[in-house]
Ligand binder design. Structure first.
Ligand code: BG6
Ligand code: MG
Length: 222
């Protein structure tokens, strides 16, 4: 089967927003007497807003009501949006823009599948929405990664079989979602925790379309 589309995750793939998610959890936890630890990032990366909070409260052994949790989630997002307010189109991660341009030039479809409810809004604000054929975020699909639903949904909208797509993901949960959906997966980051991906790179900078197609599967280019 031929590859016909690239599907990008948002946080940590299109933009370096993971660190602002981390920082906003840190600020929020401080307000309720809890501490965020660097190793928590592996759990938080790719997890939905509510799953992240549930994990942190469970770890900190804090029992809160539904309303208290709702208030914290709202506050976390307020802090996060404040922290990312300065980001512009120039802050797309290195290699992203050339890769999208190359893919479009070669006739590939280009999509976004993000577990963040802010993804579409941020892309719109920085003027990047038009770069993509389809943008789906957590407002559109309730099931959070590692559930494959978001990738299955994007493939349906692209009218493609998952094996005709390459998902680009920086989180273990996102790689798992892409694999479970039947997509090819390019991991971005540390191979130690992205080992389920078909191929892992440390950056998209300088990475060509052919490198990706050859890397995810040697027998794809026939
Ligand atoms: C994921 C991030 O993409 O989106 C997580 O990796 C984040 O860190 C999640 O918690 C949900 O994002 P948001 O913007 O809806 O709070
Ligand atoms: Mg991510």
């Amino acid at each position: 089967m031929m590859i016909r589309a690239l599907i990008f995750d948002f946080d940590g793939v299109l933009m370096d927003t993971g660190r602002y998610h981390y920082k906003s959890w840190e600020i929020l936890l401080d307000k309720i007497g809890l501490t965020l630890e660097p190793e928590d990032d592996l759990v938080l990366k790719g997890a939905s807003r509510i799953d992240s909070l549930e994990y942190l409260l469970h770890k900190g052994q804090l029992l809160l009501s539904h309303y208290q949790k709702e208030a914290l989630l709202k506050e976390k997002n307020r802090i996060y949006l404040d922290l990312i307010d300065h980001l512009t189109l120039q802050d797309l991660l290195p290699g992203v823009y050339p890769l999208i341009q190359a893919a479009k030039k070669e006739g590939y479809q280009v999509a976004v599948a993000s577990g963040s409810r802010n993804a579409r809004h941020i892309l719109e604000r920085i003027g990047a929405l038009d770069l993509f054929d389809i943008v789906i975020d957590a407002n559109d699909v309730p099931a959070a990664k590692p559930d494959p639903e978001i990738y299955e949904h994007v493939c349906q909208l692209l009218h493609l079989h998952p094996a005709e797509t390459v998902v680009i993901e920086d989180a273990e949960k996102g790689v798992a979602a892409g694999i479970a959906a039947g997509c090819y997966v390019l991991g971005l980051g540390d191979p130690a925790y992205l080992d389920k991906a078909h191929m892992v790179v440390s950056s998209l900078a300088g990475l060509g379309l052919d490198d990706i197609l050859q890397g995810v599967s040697r027998d794809l280019i026939a």
